[in-house]
Design a protein around this ligand. Structure first.
Ligand SMILES: C[S@@+](CC[C@H](N)C(=O)[O-])C[C@H]1O[C@@H](n2cnc3c(N)ncnc32)[C@H](O)[C@@H]1O
Length: 224
């Protein structure tokens, strides 16, 4: 499958690059909330990457069937190798697909994971992807989200702006990413009926990891 948006060339060096840039903080962001999924039965993982999350997830959610979707065949191959031969491999399905153009697997998931995935897209693309994910979720489903973010503190914002400009330029060069700035993910969560249940901030606010609960009947209180 060919597309300008392709992470294949980064699959082999992605982990090393990340460790050089941020140490273990992105892994902390991915793993810190996985315990929330220990009772989950059906989990959708979008933009899984090289399988480091999946390797932890199969233990953290021992009863779950897991659908893993990623556009990069090289990333999916790495993820599959990490769990190959183990019992959990029977519970995992890999699917190579472009989330911008294909439908999500037709299941009613009780959890979804997007780690450092939504920030690959523009605001309209994120709105569309999140709306489609929403229709695949059961009420009370959990959404584990981690991404880069803009900190509140003004000094930290300057640091973040420099990092984000560099990261977007690098990924645009390497993968043809269309996005040039962070999409308004938190706003989409709130507008789509999600309530934040947990959060962790790392790297002076540049990295956020959150748990959102899907409450489709929840009416957000908006001050007049
Ligand atoms: C920045 S990496 C993040 C990988 C991993 N989730 C992590 O925590 O590091 C983005 C991942 O999303 C995948 N991806 C990007 N655009 C995609 C699309 N349109 N459809 C499906 N997967 C996509 C890439 O192949 C890559 O594995």
């Amino acid at each position: 499958m060919k597309s300008p948006r392709n992470f294949d060339r980064l699959a082999g060096i992605y982990c090393a690059l990340e460790h050089v840039a941020f140490g273990r903080d992105l892994e902390r962001a991915r793993f810190v909330h996985l315990d929330w999924l220990k009772e989950s039965r059906s989990i959708l993982v979008l933009g899984e990457g090289d399988g480091r999350c999946l390797e932890q997830l199969v233990s953290a959610a021992p009863k779950a069937r897991i659908d893993c979707v990623d556009f990069s065949s090289a990333m999916l191959a790495r993820a599959a190798r990490r769990i190959a031969g183990d019992e959990p491999a029977q519970r995992v399905t890999f699917r190579q697909a472009d989330l911008l153009t294909t439908d999500l697997p037709p299941a009613q998931y009780d959890a979804v994971i997007t780690f450092f995935f939504l920030d690959c897209f523009t605001a309209p693309q994120v709105n569309d992807i999140m709306a489609r994910i929403r229709t695949s979720l059961r009420p009370d489903a959990l959404w584990l989200w981690a991404d880069f973010a803009m900190p509140a503190n003004s000094l930290a914002r300057w640091r973040a702006r420099i990092w984000l400009a560099g990261l977007y330029a690098y990924f645009r060069w390497q993968t043809g990413l269309a996005a040039r700035e962070l999409p308004p993910v938190s706003q989409c969560f709130l507008e789509m009926g999600f309530v934040r249940r947990a959060e962790l901030t790392l790297q002076w606010g540049l990295v956020r990891s959150e748990v959102w609960l899907f409450q489709p009947n929840y009416q957000r209180m908006i001050s007049p």
